[in-house]
Write a protein that binds this ligand. Structure first.
Ligand code: ASP
Length: 321
């Protein structure tokens, strides 16, 4: 009996190994839980394009929006764990969501095989270009005085744009009317059109429009200024030192995806980040690229656990205010 079990185990290992050797034999779908054109989408498309070259099969993007990214991630978590459906998650879907959705259908720490970190994205406080405040202090004072007359955009409960503005609002005592979008791409269009007043968002969505003057940036919530936005002060410089937040986007596969397939996907992601053209495209948008020690699947697994632990108490307090 024992021998039969050993033989079965050996055959299974062989089949598994053979699978990874040939993987991928068909296109890989990468689910983006936000609308096209936003940071998650842009990062997914940039790395996905290069991963396609490495893997020899197209990595196609599917945008499944709703509920701050949790709709797409829920569906992706339930996909067949064969490496052909993966996803681009972020600090909201895999860090903040457990604090904000009591009935979340997935556990970010348990229901995924982390592939790897794609990019860090400092958060920038932005407003329509004619917002009547010349700097962050005036902006904060204006928000406080004008209460719900002010319209703040976000990409759904648990999205980076939502959770980071919850924190901002609680720190400056703002109580705006909030408007929900399917992603930061559509938020940007409405900011440019002056239909909404402000948002907190990941830098990669904003650099081009800030430089063009079609939206206004009050501060970047990182320790240092971004090399691509040298004129935008840090929150510390602008008088709000406690508001520091760099978001991130990372790739995940559903739980149960074979380890050797995850290893292949992780390597392809790493090659994308090291590719000079992909790297430049990401850096030009203000992304902070993961260092070598931040690229592993296990590193990401631990990082997610720490992010949930970091955000849960902060968001519970800030949302209650
Ligand atoms: N940055 C967005 C958010 O979570 C989503 C997006 O990538 O479009 O707010």
């Amino acid at each position: 009996m024992k021998n039969i079990l050993y033989a079965l185990a050996a055959t299974a290992a062989l089949i598994g190994g053979a699978k990874a050797q040939t993987f991928p034999t068909q296109p890989i779908k990468m689910i983006v839980p936000f609308a096209a054109g936003g940071p998650t989408d842009v990062i997914a498309r940039l790395v996905g394009e290069h991963m396609s070259k490495t893997l020899g099969q197209p990595v196609t993007i599917e945008n499944i929006t709703g509920a701050g990214g949790t709709t797409g991630i829920t569906l992706a978590s339930q996909a067949k764990p064969d490496g052909y459906t993966i996803m681009m998650g972020h600090m909201g879907t895999h860090g903040a969501a457990p604090a904000l959705y009591p009935d979340l259908k997935y556990d970010p720490a348990r229901d995924f095989e982390p592939i790897g970190m794609a990019a860090g994205t400092p958060v920038v406080i932005v407003a329509r270009k004619d917002f009547p405040a010349k700097d962050l202090k005036e902006f904060a004072a204006y928000l406080k005085t004008n209460g719900d007359k002010i319209k703040q955009a976000h990409a759904g409960i648990g999205a980076v744009s939502q959770m980071t503005c919850v924190m901002l609002n609680s720190q400056v005592g703002a109580n705006p009317t909030t408007l929900t979008f399917t992603g930061s791409g559509p938020i940007l269009s409405d900011l440019m059109a002056g239909k909404v007043d402000y948002a907190c968002d990941q830098i990669v969505n904003l650099v081009t429009q800030i430089k063009a003057g079609s939206i206004r940036a009050y501060a970047i919530a990182s320790a240092e200024r971004s090399p691509v936005l040298p004129d935008v002060p840090t929150t510390a410089e602008a008088g709000l030192p406690d508001y520091q937040v760099t978001a991130w986007n990372a790739a995940f596969a559903p739980k149960g995806t074979p380890k050797d397939i995850v290893v292949k996907l992780n390597a392809a992601l790493g090659q994308a980040i090291d590719d000079p053209a992909t790297r430049k495209a990401l850096l030009d948008l203000g992304a902070v690229l993961p260092q070598r020690f931040q690229r592993g699947s296990e590193w990401l697994r631990n990082f997610v656990v720490n992010e949930i632990a970091r955000w849960t108490p902060v968001l519970k307090v800030a949302s209650a205010k």
